[in-house]
Design a protein around this ligand. Sequence first.
Ligand code: ZN
Ligand code: ZN
Length: 370
Amino acid sequence: MENTPNTLRLEALRSRWTPELDALLVAGPENRRYLSGFTSRDDSFTETSGLLLTTRNRAFLLTDFRYVEWARQEAAGIEVVMYSQSLGTTLAGLLQDQGVRILGFEDAFLTYRQYQRLAQAVAEAGLAVEWRPAAGLVEGLRESKAPEEVAAIRRALALTEETLLEVAATLASGRTEAQVAWEIERRLREKGAEDLAFPPIVAAGPNSAQPHHHPGDYRLQEGEPIIIDLGARVNGYCADLTRTFILGPPDEQFRKIYGLVRRAQAQAEQGLRAGMDSRDADALARDLIAAQGYGEAFGHSLGHGVGLAIHEAPSLSPHKDRATTLLPGSIITVEPGIYLTGWGGVRLEDMALLHEDRAEVLTTLGFYEW
Ligand code: ZN
Ligand code: ZN
């Protein structure tokens, strides 16, 4: 097989397999893209534009008539197989040909119904295949970014920053959150983003106490916090950026909360590096916020990995069950926030690339000093 980026990634994947697996069935759209180059993003959770079956020495992309040409154009080094009657029957045939007995599958992505149908077809074909949940194999591989991935994220972030600067200049009393959100979408697209990384968050006044508020008819007003969180997608890769604004002179409360979130973020950015436990990373910001009595008001993780997916590994979470060691080459967000019901919130979000000895902040946009 030729040495395409796909074959290198497939090799890396195989080196991470538990020895028992004969093959892995990849269902996550970002995982499928990462390994095959096929850029389709499934429009709906319940419909797939293809499953990737990787054995120890071959890789097949199973897809249907609607996607087969597209897949053949993009999936270099992958054998594209079109199924016409049923995905299950075609999969069963391949499993038989390849002598697969233990099949890993992505339980985080394959729906229960898809799993049932596939397993039934395989059983009906008379094959004794053991299905084994194998979550996180490809996600783990995606965690450390290659130079071309870092470059795509930098481009996405540059478009995102330009857009936020322009939109910030249009903020005015009386404009609705939804109007500002549309302004963001339009400008991101016009600047060349292939898509939004996620629907923009514009949360004003009391709405800004909800970290993931959906922009609506609420009108911006002087003296109230406005959280704007946005991101472009370029070559499949996401950017993620948040700043908090206020129209007119800020009051004491805003100054105090804003200053605390900014200090917590700066402290985290200075202390972060690869090799750290994710809980220690989170604590860099959380301890400062908690010491000022706002621990309960910082109800989410300090940050998350960003890549082909807007939220991916690692999670900079305070929780033990999500603990992990941060890897060099990871791109993460650093986004402390304080949210007070009835008043509103402040969140500041940068992106950073982890090195052995430091975190390189990728975000170049400065801060509004209120
Ligand atoms: Zn964000
Ligand atoms: Zn984020």
